[in-house]
Structure formats: C-alpha cells, structure tokens
Design a protein around this ligand. Sequence first.
Ligand SMILES: NC(=O)c1ccc[n+]([C@@H]2O[C@H](COP(=O)([O-])OP(=O)(O)OC[C@H]3O[C@@H](n4cnc5c(N)ncnc54)[C@H](O)[C@@H]3O)[C@@H](O)[C@H]2O)c1
Length: 454
Amino acid sequence: MSPSEIEQPLSRRGWIQRLAIAGGATSLSALSYRRVWGANERLRVASVGTGGKGWSDLNGVAASPVVQVVALCDIDDSEQHLGRAAEKYSSAKRFADWREMLSQPADVDAVIVSTPDFMHAPVALASMQLGKHVFCQKPLTHTVFESRQMRLAAKRQGVITQMGNQIQSHTAYRTAVRAVHDGAIGKVKEVHTWQAGSPRWPRHLLRPEGSDPVPAHVRWDLWQGVAPRRPYKKGLYHPFNWRGWQAYGTGQLGDFGCHLLDPVFQALQLTAPIELVAEAPPLKPETWTDRATVRYRFPGTARTSGESIAVTWYDAVGVRPPHEVTEHLPGSFDLPSAGSLLIGEKGTLVIPHVAMPHLFPSEGDGESPLPVVEGVDHYVQWADACRGLGTTTSSFDYSGPLSEAVLLGTVAIRFPGETLQWDAEAMRISNSTEATRYLSKEYVAGWEPDWVTV
Ligand SMILES: NC(=O)c1ccc[n+]([C@@H]2O[C@H](COP(=O)([O-])OP(=O)(O)OC[C@H]3O[C@@H](n4cnc5c(N)ncnc54)[C@H](O)[C@@H]3O)[C@@H](O)[C@H]2O)c1
C-alpha cells in the first residue's frame, strides 16, 4: 500500500467480502450478535495458533468455567502444536486454515489469536468483522497501520478485545502503576526502558540460500499467509525464530516493547509520541537489528512534569541506561536485565520486568516500601467481559495506540539518526514520505484484509 492510500478511505476488497459474495459468512454488526447470556451458556472459543504462547493463551482462557473450547486451528499438526491441544480439548473441531474455521461463523463467539506477529491483524480483523470477540497476542500487529485498524474495527463492531500483554495484570506492574498514580515519585521527568537480555532467535543476518523439504506436519503455504512467498528453511522461521525477520516479526522492540512500555504508558497515561529518533546500525535487508536505542518524545500529561516527556528505549545485549541517569540509585542496587526507570520530582521508581517495583525517594537514603496491588487474571477477565461481566484493561482502544508507538520505533530503526515527526491523526510521518511507507505493507494477492474505512 502506498502512503497516499493510507490517507484515503480504503475499499472492502479482502476475503471476507469474497466469502460473503460466495454465500458464506457475512460481516455482522455488533447489534446482530449481542445477546443476554443464559446462566449455563458457555462462551464458545476458538484458538488460532495452538503451540508456543498459544498453548498458554488457550489454557489461560479455558481456565474460565464459562468457556468451552470449540475450535483449534494450527498450520502444524505435530505434538507441540495442534497435537497436544487436540488431545486436551478433544471435542473441539480442528482446522489448518483459519479462513475455513471462520467460514462457520455461528459456531464461535470469540477467537484467540496467538500466531506470529504478521498474521495477527489478518486473523483478528476478519474475526471482529464477523462479530467475534478477540484476544490477540502482542505486539497487536505487524505494522502501525494495522494497529490503527484493530482499534477502529473493535470500536465499530463493539466486540470485547484484549491484547496478550498479560504481565499488565500481574501484581508487579499493577503495583508500579498505582505507585505513580498515588504520587510516590511526584510528576515524572524522564523514563528509560531497556531489554538487555540475549534473544534466542536470529538477528542481523542474511537469508541463507536454498531450501529444505517442508515437513509433512507443516502447511508452509498457510504459515506464510499474507507474507511474500519464500522457500522453507528448517528452523529459520517456524516455530519461534520468525521474530528476527522483517517480513514476519518486529524484532526485539516489537517483542518486548508492549510488555515493558505498558506500565509506563499506564502510569503516565501516554498517548501518541510527537517525534522519535533511533540509534542503530544499518539494517540487513531482511532481518531486524541486534541493537537499537529509540528516543521518543511524548506530549506531557497530568502525570509528567513538562510540556513533553522523553522516553528512551534501549535494546542490546547487556546494555542498560547510562550511569548519569542511575547515579542517584544506591550503589548496591543492580538494575534488572529488563525494565523501566521512571525519574520523578520526588524520587525514582524501578520497574523490573515481572518483579515487584523498587521505590527510591529523593529524600532519604534507600528503598521505601510500596502498597501492593493484587494481580488479576488477564485471560479470565477477557472471557468474563465477553459475557458482559466487567471490562478488559488492555482492550484495543488502549493496546492499539501502545502498539502504534512501539511499532513506530521499528520504523525509526530503519532510519537511524533521522528524527521522525509523527502526525498520529493523519497517520503519517510528516517529515518523511520514505518512512511513512513503512507504516503499512503490501499483502500477497488474495490475502488482503478488509480494512475499516473512516
Ligand atoms: N505475551 C507473552 O508473554 C508472549 C510470549 C511469547 C510469545 N508471544 C507472542 O505470541 C505470538 C506467538 O509467538 P510464539 O513464540 O508462540 O510463536 P511460535 O512460532 O512458537 O508459535 C506460533 C504457533 O502458531 C502456529 N501458527 C503459525 N501460523 C499460523 C497460522 N497462520 N494459522 C494457525 N496457526 C499458525 C504455529 O504452528 C505455532 O503453533 C507472537 O505474537 C508473540 O509475540 C507473547
């Protein structure tokens, strides 16, 4: 898709429309499926992507007593993928192709999307357009444009949504957000967020020549879905290693940004950034970088101290925020391998990734305790909300803009040293036509999603 197309209303031309014309599924409005749930009526859930994280997503949702798992979809029917899910949820229908699964719309109320990043939006948008509630893994999508679409589709269809940044519901992140809201560090002046761990997936390499035979248990055509076709290579993409490839994943920032920046977004009530600039080596043609720093500037909020606030992201093995921003922390305190540091007018808060936060007031010489906020169940919260009980905390209304900001960082990494001005409303990088091009992407013919027109 060209940048000019992003600014235009887009036509409905994808497979949902073709399916509808063929007499199959029709796009439903929220009103046509909203109903009063009977006490014994179960939420009929389908899972797309049953291996890897999908396995824990499925079990997390199925832990709700109101859920019945009715459909399982995976392009790999071996033990670690469809196999064990089919064994555990033996009454569920099995599919290799999510389009076929969704062409039986009356059977399913809600869909879990746990595929690799590049297939989130195609599956989730189609599900929402058929009136289904959606739980979708992080980052919400592969491109910025898709994240905007997810938010718009959820709103238009009135469906219940939740992004799979489940750590948001953990006591650790909830405690950190409450601490900032309670004024524990006063208004926040700057934020540093880092992932210094060593990824297990390949980055910064060239695509090897040749191909390997596709195993009988893998549908490589379906795995590639909306992406440009390329030969199968054992262990290079499926499973898990797709993260390092631009066509499928979003690199280290995409992999962790929606977790690590989530408590920062919530605590400070951030919206769209104003501008951002990356420091990173030139990208290889097809893979993501192995190190980047992205400096975002967001508009100030009621929780921040100036007209704007700097949020800096670091990802490189062993790299944490520099000494000048940590020098007032006690010398005995070691920064965690991943997390955030919020420097406020009255103190500093360290939010480790999935561990309780540490508060260091400016006055005093050490750490102060924080009131603990209990965790909630991120999965059951969604299942309950689908049945009209309560609301979700990472609905696409929240997680769409969070993902947009994270994915904008992946665009900036393509243009090291260039400060990109973000015009969120117009959905363009106002000082770079070239960077705007990377807000969206081309889809393989026949796999184009149906876009929400505005
Ligand atoms: N929230 C978290 O803590 C967390 C942790 C890990 C992964 N994730 C996210 O979960 C998603 C999956 O990651 P993963 O590590 O499990 O990947 P993976 O490749 O290990 O597993 C993906 C699963 O989906 C299946 N699949 C792939 N394409 C499919 C398609 N088109 N239709 C149906 N099934 C398909 C695969 O066969 C596999 O079973 C990613 O978006 C990732 O970012 C989130």
